[in-house]
Design a protein around this ligand. Structure first.
Ligand code: URA
Length: 451
């Protein structure tokens, strides 16, 4: 039995005696836990007093039974308070962050953030690593030789003051509870829970002293939320948590049935970020990145209306100032900014395998989850929490939904460095493509705005 003391004086200032196994049992039965009980579990786990196997069982119970808003609030608060809350009041300007719930080929953070920063918004971006079949902004950034995501709080503060944009990850100082839980969820098939996703994202975001937040809640085959109704619930939950903390929060619900852009895999995505910031990127990626940037600019009070903010975002893309901003940030964080012009300086795959279309027709679906899994299989993502990832590998689509393809035409290319799982990955990719005789109906990319 563990003695429980609250993480911060006054938070849940009670001394309680509890047994982890009883709390797991009660959650498994669908009971609501009290805030003190939630705090007991999270703090015990973060301090290493509750072992992985018990926390895994608890997370699985949450996946099946869900959590009430009161439980999610308590979970978010104590994850937030497991580390430091960074005080950015000394940095001039409105601080706005952006976060995605996770997708395949989703590199919008690396495009929207520099555009918003170039428009005068301060962007203290705290990002995550790849989770399951989805990619993570930190992994993408670390594909850039030398890039450091582990800035100290002092360095983060100074860079924001100087450049208006810095990228960090959750760390031992910032939301350590999320770091531990995030890895465990990834390895125990407990990612897809509205309560766990909401608390993970919002605890990290509230830890960086922001004024406003733009959320991109993904829905579809490549997202954790497969149904729009669940995506809406997740969006509403996160917007509510943010508002209760006095932050301006808006969420877009966006389609993730096919990968965003053409590139999936860390270094490959950095190349597509560079092309997009030079206004030569894929239409869907450019469109969503500009809309997210515009929402950041509007919430950041750098434009009076969303229409004006869209114009500002467009200008910052076209005049190259977003691109320049990303280069400055890469240099400031120890990376080689030349990679944005000279792709050969990025980690490169050693082999390439093409996947061909079995018939002529229109591409009617490209299952984003299967493409994400194929990419994960050859090393772009992790199977186990401590796995290293291979920054060079991934998949580049040649065609997307709505495009015509001839029999034997290339559907996509798999870039790899080791041959062992390439054929399995190719099979997944083949299954991901649907070719039909009729052109599919066009699907909306941005489905809803919440908040
Ligand atoms: N992004 C996060 O930061 N956490 C999640 O749980 C999912 C996506």
């Amino acid at each position: 039995m563990l003695a429980f003391t609250s993480p911060k004086p006054g938070c849940y200032a009670k001394e309680l005696k509890m047994r982890t196994v009883d709390l797991i049992f009660r959650k498994r039965q669908g009971e609501e836990l009290s805030p003190e009980e939630v705090v007991f579990l999270v703090n015990g786990f973060t301090r290493g007093e509750i072992p992985d196997y018990q926390m895994s069982a608890f997370l699985m119970a949450v996946c099946w039974q869900g959590m009430t808003e009161r439980e999610v609030s308590a979970l978010t608060d104590c994850m937030l308070e497991s580390g430091e809350v960074i005080d950015l009041s000394g940095v001039q300007g409105v601080k706005v962050d952006k976060h995605s719930t996770g997708g395949v080929g989703d590199k919008t953070s690396l495009i929207a953030a520099p555009i918003a920063a170039a428009a005068g918004v301060v962007v203290p971006m705290i990002s995550g690593r790849g989770l399951g079949h989805t990619g993570g902004t930190l992994d993408k950034l670390e594909a850039i030789p030398g890039f450091r995501t582990s800035l100290s709080i002092g360095e983060f503060h100074a860079q924001l003051q100087q450049l208006g944009l810095a990228f960090i990850g959750q760390s031992a100082e910032v939301t350590p509870a999320d770091g531990k839980l995030y890895s465990l969820r990834d390895a125990t098939a407990t990612v897809e829970s509205i309560a766990l996703i909401a608390s993970s994202i919002m605890s990290k975001k509230l830890a960086v002293g922001l004024d406003a937040l733009v959320l991109d809640v993904k829905v579809g085959s490549g997202a954790f939320m497969k149904k729009q109704i669940d995506a809406r619930r997740l969006a509403q939950l996160m917007v509510g948590i943010g508002r209760r903390a006095n932050k301006r929060v808006q969420a877009l619900i966006t389609d993730m049935n096919q990968p965003l852009g053409y590139a999936v895999g860390n270094a490959l995505e950095i190349m597509e970020v560079s092309q997009t910031l030079q206004n030569a990127g894929p239409v869907d990626l450019t469109r969503l990145s500009l809309e997210l940037a515009a929402r950041m600019i509007h919430l950041g009070r750098a434009a009076d209306s969303i229409e004006e903010a869209r114009e500002v975002a467009q200008t910052r893309l076209l005049d190259g100032s977003g691109y320049k901003k990303l280069k400055e940030v890469i240099t400031a964080q120890g990376g080689n900014a030349q990679v944005l012009d000279r792709f050969e300086l990025l980690p490169n795959a050693t082999g390439m395998r093409e996947v061909y279309s079995p018939r002529s027709g229109y591409v009617s679906a490209v299952d984003a989850e299967l493409i994400g899994r194929a990419s994960q299989m050859i090393g772009a993502g992790r199977d186990l929490k401590d796995d290293a990832i291979d920054p060079a590998v991934g998949v580049i689509l040649e065609v997307k939904v709505g495009q015509k393809v001839e029999s034997g035409g290339v559907l996509c290319r798999i870039y790899y460095t080791g041959e062992d799982r390439v054929e399995d990955a190719a099979e997944q990719v083949e299954d991901a493509f649907r070719i039909s005789q009729q052109a599919p109906e066009e699907r909306e990319l941005i489905l809803e705005v919440v908040g």
